[in-house]
Design a protein around this ligand. Structure first.
Ligand code: PLP
Length: 385
């Protein structure tokens, strides 16, 4: 069977049409909700059904392995969130205080604190990247490299500007150093070659539409070899169920970051989400999202607005963050909400993030809402928030 059409894909969701907040949370598909309910009902009966759910975890690991260019599911482990994934990798980043890890201070905080904390536990020293406009470009990174740099940490897509990093270019300037990627704002929606990253870390609650409690770490062979043992739990070791009171050797595969058995209900949701994504394919989803994103940008510019950071076509993702000079983010957010459109309100801008289930009608609705907003001016003086 070939990939399903966009129309068919859309039929799997019941999200409200004006929802433009996928960068915050991607309402799950009906298949994900059904899988969650049926898995929970299965375990409520007890007995062998519990083991049957394990298949979901195995399937997730192998789909993620394929999507991130790894040889097998052995290179992937389930994680309960992006933050958990990043923390586990940060605590395993070896090199000691003589080593340096490059991090942009503009990363989402979930991709900042673990590196700072790992440093205080004796891990590599955090070197803050100077990123004009928040873009972690190959040039910016090349200028910051020293003989002590062991890794770069970066978001595949920036949560705030929507900037899509040039992972291939970053890989080239890094040479043999590790490229560690927070992929939550791009995985499943941007057609990116994730195989160039040594660790791909993502949660499933946004663009994967698998809801909370889902995620993964996918490691390259270099990532597996170069990262240390890090934090360990009882499933991080060889023969975990041989209860012989010995301290067992840590696994060398990505499974060493498992810590314990994964939430199999969550795995059943991630599996349903990944299956549907596989059926529709990421390029189809990306095309649909980018066409809405380009249209939203045109509407914003036509109404005298500005995006918070100018992006070239190659740098676009599912996120459009903008301002309208005469209105505060609160005014814009409230007004759009009144028009049936939900965006994220940040302190100095608003962020619209459509998905493949968003149709072009929403662009007209957005256009009409901004026209009305101008007519109603001034609602009240525009302030910072
Ligand atoms: C880039 C980025 N990383 C990490 C997170 C946090 O993800 P989680 O809640 O899965 O830990 C977010 C959440 O918005 C994010 O945008």
């Amino acid at each position: 069977m070939g990939p399903i059409s966009l129309e068919e894909y859309r039929r799997h969701f019941s999200v409200a049409p004006g929802y433009l907040d996928f960068a915050r949370y991607g309402p799950p598909s009906d298949a994900v909700t059904a899988s969650s309910a049926s898995s929970l009902s299965m375990v409520s009966r007890g007995f062998a059904e519990i083991d049957a759910l394990k298949d979901h975890e195995v399937a997730c690991l192998s789909i993620v392995a394929r999507m991130t260019g790894r040889p097998s599911g052995e290179s992937v482990t389930f994680a309960s969130s992006t933050s958990a994934a990043i923390t586990l990798v940060a605590m395993a980043l070896a090199g000691g205080a003589q080593a340096e890890v490059l991090v942009s201070p503009r990363e989402f905080p979930a991709n900042v604190y673990p590196w700072v904390r790992a440093q205080s536990f004796g891990g590599p020293r955090v070197v803050w990247l100077d990123t004009p406009e928040g873009k972690v470009t190959p040039d910016v990174v090349a200028r910051s490299l020293t003989s002590s740099t062991v890794a770069l940490v970066v978001s595949g897509v920036d949560f705030s500007t929507g900037y899509r990093a040039d992972l291939g270019g970053l890989r080239d300037v890094l040479g043999n150093r590790l490229l560690l990627v927070d992929a939550i704002q791009g995985f499943g929606v941007c057609d990116v070659d994730w195989s160039v990253a040594d660790a791909v870390m993502a949660g499933g609650q946004k663009w994967l539409r698998a809801s909370w409690g889902t995620g993964f770490i996918s490691l390259s062979s270099k990532g597996e070899a170069r990262l240390g043992e890090g934090l360990a739990g009882w499933t991080s070791v060889k023969n975990p169920t041989r209860y012989d009171r010995e301290v067992h050797d840590t696994l060398t595969s990505a499974q060493r970051f498992s810590l314990t058995n994964c939430d199999l209900i969550a795995a059943s949701r991630l599996h349903a989400a990944l299956n549907l994504l596989d059926d529709a394919t990421v390029p189809v989803i990306e095309d649909a999202v980018l066409s809405i994103v380009r249209s939203l940008r045109e509407v914003i510019f036509r109404h005298g607005g500005e995006v918070i950071v100018e992006l070239s076509d190659d740098e676009l993702s599912g996120i459009v963050s903008f301002r309208l000079p005469k209105f505060s983010p609160t005014q814009i957010h409230e007004h759009l909400l009144g028009a049936g459109l939900l965006v994220t309100k940040h302190d100095t801008y608003v962020r619209a993030s459509p998905h493949a289930t968003t149709t072009l009608d929403v662009v007209d609705q957005f256009d009409a809402a901004l026209t009305n907003l101008e007519r109603r001016r001034p609602l009240r003086p525009a302030t910072g928030t």
